[in-house]
Structures are given as C-alpha cells and as structure tokens.
Design a protein around this ligand. Sequence first.
Ligand SMILES: Cc1ncc(COP(=O)(O)O)c(C=O)c1O
Length: 400
Amino acid sequence: MAFLSDALGRMKPSATIVVTQKARDLKAQGRDVISLSVGEPDFDTPENIKRAGIAAIERGETRYPPVSGIQPLREAIARKFKRENGLDYKPSQTIVGTGGKQILFNALMATINTGDEVVIPAPYWVSYPEMVALCGGTPVFAETRIEDNFKLQAAELDRVITPKTKWVILNSPSNPSGAAYSHDEMKALTDVLLRHPHVWVLTDDMYEHLVYGDFKFVTPAQVEPKLYDRTLTMNGVSKSYAMTGWRIGYAAGPEHLIKAMDTLQGQQTSGACTIAQWASVEALDGPQDHLKVFRKAFEERRDLVVSMLNQAQHLKCPTPEGAFYVYPSCAGAIGLKTPEGKVIGNDEDFVTALLESEGVAVVHGSAFGLGPNFRVSYATSTAVLEDACTRIQRFCASLR
Ligand SMILES: Cc1ncc(COP(=O)(O)O)c(C=O)c1O
C-alpha cells in the first residue's frame, strides 16, 4: 500500500519556490547571486498597521476568533468593497482566511467534484492548476498571446468553456505577466460569461492597488452586476499593504458559498490569526498614503526593467499595467548556444544558463504555462535591478 496519497501525486512543487531556494543555496556557497524570483514587495508593513497588531496583542485579542473572521474585519471588508469597487456585500457574505491562498483553495475544495473543469488563462499563477488538481478537478488552460499582452480574448474564453466548466479563474493584474484588464477588456469577457450561466467566476484581485500610470482597476462583478450571484471576489492584504507574512486574505460572494467555505475552514485551520486580523482592519480602514509610495517606486522600476530588457539581444518585453512582474519572451534565444557550448532548447535552459553564468535567478515561463518566456520580479531596489538587467544583457549578448 502506498504511503503518500494519490491526491499529492497530482501536485507538483511550486517552481517559484524551487528557483528561490536554488538561488539561496548558490548564495550560501558564496556565489554572487541576484534573485528576481520572489513574489513579495520589498517594503516593510506600514507603521500604523504594525501598531494596530501590537495594540491587539496588548488588549489581549489572543483567543480563538470566529471561523469566518472577526466581525470588525468582516465589516471593514464590506466597506472596502463598497468604497473601492462599488460592490454591495453584507459582512455575512465575507470570509477571512490565512492568506489569499487559503481562500482560493477552500473555494475550490468546497465546490469541485471529480471531473469538474476549471478554466485557467495561461500564463497563470503556479498554484491554480495544482489546487484544482488536488481537489479532483481538471484544469483547462485558455491561451493568450504576447501580441495581446497576455490578456485572454473573448473568443478563446468561449472556446474553452464546456458543460463541465465550474469556474473560470481571472487574475488582474496578473502574476506572472503583470497584465491587467481595462473596463472594456473585462466587459468582453463578462459578456461571454453571461452566455454561460452555469459557470462561476473566481476573481483573484490580490494586485488591485498595484497599477501604474492612469490605469483603472476593475473587477468582474463591478463591470457586470448580472454576474454578482456567481462570482467570488477574492483579495487580500499581502501585496497592497506589504503584509505577506501576516497571512490574511479575504473574499466576498453569495452567502451559500461563504457558508460552505466556513464549514470547510472550521474543520481545517479555523479562524485566521487574531492579531493579523486586527492589523488588517487598520490596513483596510486606515490611511492609504503608503500606496502612492509603493506605486511610484514600482512604476519607476517597471519602466527601467522593461527598457533594459528590450535593449537585450533576443528578448522582447511588453509593458504590463500592474503587479511587480514582467514576462519577457526569450523566443529569439532558443536554438542558440552559450559560450560553454550549452544549447538553449527552451526557457528552462535559458534561466538555468543565466543563473549559472551571471548569477541572476528568474523563473521560466513554462512553469506558468506559457513560454518561451521568463518572469522577472522587480520588487527590489533600482540599483539591484540595474545590475541584474546589465547581467541579463551580457548573458544574451554572449549567446551565439
Ligand atoms: C496571484 C496571486 N494570488 C494569490 C496569492 C496568495 O496570496 P497570499 O500570500 O495572501 O496567500 C499570490 C501570492 O503570491 C498571488 O500572486
């Protein structure tokens, strides 16, 4: 009898974690390595939020919280959706989890039966297909093209929906491409979804606040109110408030779905950390001034990285609207050789050779379901980014 479960056998480890660890190991051996593989802001949690966490400890907010979240946070979440997205949710329609990751996983776990299909546009965040597979569902990938800046087109969405489709996962701005949908681009997709009333929408809005220039963020239930009854709008404090370690994510949707997720969470982790929940009340209700600082820094870095990568031979890098990633194509390098004679057969070879010869860690696009590309996280200082992009340029120039 096998010791490990069949469910585990359906999953792969996260490629982003594997690359980050490889970079750490090389650094530990004394190599000069720059890691552009991490998925978190390099900023500290804003002071007012930290203080709210400390105050919660000092007030003794240290007991088991309700499974779905403390009432003040559920109220703050309802206010956030109204204020920022024009969406009316009662606190009872919200749920707080241990990171956005738990929310997504529980929504899928609470609804997927064997054979149910979940549409995932590629390139995708590495965890979506693995979560779907773990729940016994079948990930169905929708293709995007670099010419469309990796945004899903209506005809492709229509093509991949079948009678077995339970969910479509949308993620704007996207990890890994940074692409974000304008109102009209989102409307084209919600129009398709209106024609398929059995399909639910799981929208991952984690990077909502990290958009640049005059780009305006939208979320599906806001663009098409007729989808409200079959949309789970998921968000969290990890990226927008530099709170990745606090582990708070949340969602709002139809009450019967929220209740199902509550039942699941009640037998699993129960309520999320009380201290982090109180800090999140301050994050959502408190001043949002830090966002201007984050956005300005990220926008400058995005522009720097896009410009330097487009000056590298064999690379093509679109300018994304948001998040802190760019997703250049390395198609021009495929088939070339490194000075050591190694052939670059695919994007994984490209990133491996880049790490070995120049000590720059990035994640290959095939891990996100679309290549030959690679993901660069620019959540690091301008000086480090300049150094890293210079090394990438030198690596590309060395290929023959
Ligand atoms: C697109 C996307 N969704 C969800 C998450 C998970 O967020 P959290 O850290 O709150 O679990 C991440 C984190 O990398 C992400 O990039």
